[in-house]
Design a protein around this ligand. Structure first.
Ligand SMILES: C[C@@](CO)(OP(=O)(O)O)[C@H](O)COP(=O)(O)OP(=O)(O)OC[C@H]1O[C@@H](n2ccc(N)nc2=O)[C@H](O)[C@@H]1O
Ligand SMILES: Nc1ncnc2c1ncn2[C@@H]1O[C@H](COP(=O)(O)OP(=O)(O)O)[C@@H](O)[C@H]1O
Length: 279
């Protein structure tokens, strides 16, 4: 079985405060995109044969180990992971890989296993990737409400700077906290092709760590993209293109400077019925 583990961007991310356990409470809009890593899953009699980086620490491997254990060891799986997404870029590649392994194994070995609970134990972004499409998220990303997003062309650019998530959260100061995102206004602006009134509270901390990221943002704006924003904890940025042709031209202009791809907001069509967590 072949599966596409798509990237995500955060159409705004607001840090509302810090929880007693040290994690940050956030409000964000997740948008799946149409490109990503490829995974090949094949049933084998027992165990996990894994081809990809990090061995047993890979989130895809850990997802398989968890699912097979919870399902009562119904059989094994061979997993080949072909990475296309840069790591530590805020595109959620590892989380997306893990979600596709969970969904794939549920198809190969159906069992009464709560995928959302397993997903959350693997990482805060993993539950979203079980749903795909678009979603409003709260908590640390686990309270999800699906959202319909206009299928706009976007360009993602990662400058080749790896920004580990804990490093960026570690740099957050009280003045980085902000109110909730104006969700209706953001959706309205997207639908009208206007500059969305969103922000990413992690841009301040990331820019303090790596001031050169400000130039990356300015360069994307200079190419005519709207709503240019860092995604998640960075270091990738995205922007909204006027058309597929505009997106293609931006990709050409940036292709020697880092990872650059065009995609469509909301991702490929996902069959409904995955359910959701209430906000
Ligand atoms: C920023 C976001 C936005 O979608 O995604 P990415 O950009 O990484 O894809 C997420 O909040 C990434 O959450 P998650 O994937 O769970 O982060 P992890 O790497 O597990 O967390 C690493 C560390 O970051 C801090 N952390 C993480 C999430 C959160 N809401 N508050 C935090 O303070 C914690 O110190 C944690 O130990
Ligand atoms: N399948 C995987 N793909 C990418 N990274 C993985 C994977 N499994 C574990 N990791 C670890 O998780 C970190 C975060 O990866 P990733 O999800 O791609 O970035 P981000 O959290 O910035 O969106 C990587 O730096 C790597 O150490």
């Amino acid at each position: 079985m072949e599966r596409l583990a798509v990237a995500k961007v955060n159409l705004g991310l607001s840090l509302l405060g810090r929880r007693p356990d040290g994690y940050h409470e956030l409000h964000t809009l997740f948008a799946a995109l149409t490109f990503g890593d490829r995974l090949y899953l094949e049933p084998i009699p027992q165990g996990i044969e894994f081809r990809g980086r990090y061995g047993k620490r890979n989130l895809a491997y850990r997802a398989a180990a968890l699912y097979l254990e919870r399902a009562g060891f119904p059989g094994g799986v061979r997993i080949v992971l072909e990475k296309a997404l840069p790591e530590g870029a805020g595109l959620g590649g590892g989380s997306s890989d893990a979600a596709q392994v969970l969904l794939g194994l549920k198809e190969l070995y159906p069992a009464e296993v709560d995928l959302f609970a397993l997903a959350l134990s693997l990482g805060a972004d993993v539950p979203f990737f079980l749903l795909g499409g678009g979603a409003e998220a709260r908590g640390i990303g686990e309270r999800l409400r699906p959202l319909a997003l206009p299928p706009l062309p976007v360009v993602v650019f990662a400058p080749g700077l790896r920004l580990p998530t804990p490093r960026v959260y570690g740099e957050v100061k009280p003045h980085d906290f902000a109110p909730e995102l104006p969700v209706e206004e953001i959706l309205g602006a997207l639908a009208r092709g206007e500059e969305p009134p969103y922000w990413n509270s992690l841009e301040g901390p990331a820019f303090r760590l790596y001031p050169e990221l400000k130039e990356v943002k300015a360069r994307l704006r200079g190419l005519g993209l709207k709503g240019v924003l860092m995604t998640g904890s960075g270091s990738a940025f995205f922007g909204l293109a006027e058309s597929e042709e505009h997106a293609e031209a931006v990709v050409k202009a940036l292709r020697h400077r880092g990872f650059v791809r065009k995609g469509i907001l909301g991702g490929p069509h996902v069959p409904s019925g995955n359910g959701a967590f209430p906000l």
